[in-house]
Design a protein around this ligand. Structure first.
Ligand SMILES: Cc1cc2nc3c(=O)[nH]c(=O)nc-3n(C[C@H](O)[C@H](O)[C@H](O)COP(=O)(O)O)c2cc1C
Length: 351
């Protein structure tokens, strides 16, 4: 009961800080005559979070033992996992303390990448509910710098739960070379790979989701290199037939998972944004309206012998129960955590 009251109070506090940050940044943008940009709010929020001491204690909530999920040799204390969208250490630590069963870090490209021009993320309304539209374009430090960064995150070693390392690329070779680099290092925590083959925001981030034969060759090569669990993240834009075909391919390899799925390609004008408010004409929509497509993809894969991560649109426990019945093993979340990460406490308690 006390934990529940603490989670509710922290949830309200989080939302209040978020509202204040949005207000503050929008006033600042008005004064500077800049276009308002959600990324500035996110950066501001990240800075505030970095200043909070004892995060792992302050935000720590118990996870009931019954929620444990074992997949191959990976032990997830909870089925609710942080989907790949963030590389900020304090945020990942906070979500883990609150009760996420794993974090999948933001997709890493082989080399330093600046991503797309800003504004490239905005909060938008779709079907009367808040969503995010993002065209970040996988900005990041490149795989070499990522390795030293993640090795310096001491909190990861103490957590004792799997970490997903999401790999992106412009070609099959990029995925292979990045994993080869990571395999040559040692990490003090358990981890798995996720191949992000469904990024709608880079010119070639979804190529492998159109060429199942190329993915097959890549997986063959990767299985020569590593026995580590590999998840492959598909796109809601793929047809059901493609989803099934990819599922069948993954089930022919050892120790695979499938993640359905990524953001939904959406035109900026369809969610009311102009070219001044958003730099790219098409981007990835995330949030509650994805849930029906996520369920459909999970059902498409039910007969396939591969563990399923359901990602896209999860915002309440009723979604989770339906996805579980549909056949999902783990539940990935991004947008809901941005709006209120403390919902995970209730999910863990009532699941
Ligand atoms: C700002 C933002 C950045 C994202 N970056 C990535 C990424 O780097 N790699 C990836 O696989 N998915 C990325 N995603 C997609 C999410 O992992 C997730 O699949 C998608 O948002 C649908 O889930 P949701 O409805 O719970 O947000 C991103 C999503 C958002 C909102």
């Amino acid at each position: 009961m006390i934990d529940w009251i603490r989670a509710k109070s922290l949830g309200y506090l989080y939302k209040a800080v978020r509202c204040f940050s949005k207000f503050f940044i929008s006033r600042l943008a008005d004064i500077k005559k800049n276009q308002q940009d959600l990324e500035s709010v996110i950066d501001f929020g990240d800075t505030v979070l970095d200043l909070i001491p004892f995060k792992s204690t302050l935000f720590k909530f118990p996870i009931p033992n019954k929620n444990k999920v074992s997949i191959y040799d990976l032990e997830f204390p909870s089925p609710f996992i942080v989907s790949s969208f963030k590389m900020h250490s304090s945020s990942l630590e906070m979500w883990s303390s609150i009760g996420a069963g794993a974090v999948i870090v933001k997709t890493i490209l082989p080399d330093v990448s600046l991503g797309n021009p800003r504004p490239r993320i905005q909060e938008v309304d779709s079907s009367g509910q808040p969503h995010l539209l993002n065209a970040m374009g996988l900005p990041g430090p490149g795989v070499a710098s990522f390795i030293s960064t993640i090795q310096s995150w001491d909190w990861l070693k103490k957590l004792n739960r799997p970490v997903g390392i999401s790999i992106g690329g412009h070609s099959s070779m990029d995925y292979f070379e990045s994993i080869k680099k990571i395999e040559s290092c040692s990490f003090d925590f358990s981890y798995f790979y996720e191949l992000n083959i469904s990024c709608p925001n880079t010119p070639d981030g979804a190529n492998l989701s159109k060429h199942v034969d190329q993915l097959d060759v890549l997986l063959k090569d990767l299985r020569q290199l590593t026995n580590r669990v590999i998840s492959v993240k598909l796109s809601p834009a793929q047809t059901n037939m493609e989803i099934k075909r990819y599922g069948d391919l993954l089930s022919s390899y050892e120790r695979m998972m499938v993640n359905v799925g990524n953001t939904r390609p959406t035109k900026r004008q369809d969610v009311g944004l102009s070219d001044l408010q958003f730099s790219r004409p098409v981007a990835g929509l995330s949030g509650p309206s994805l849930i029906e497509r996520t369920r459909e993809m999970v059902r498409e894969l039910k007969s396939v012998d591969v563990p399923i991560i359901a990602t896209g649109g999860i915002s309440n426990l009723s979604d989770v129960y339906k996805l579980k019945t549909d056949g999902a093993d783990l539940f990935g979340m991004a947008t809901s955590l941005v709006f209120n990460p403390f919902i995970v406490v209730e999910f863990n308690k009532r699941f």
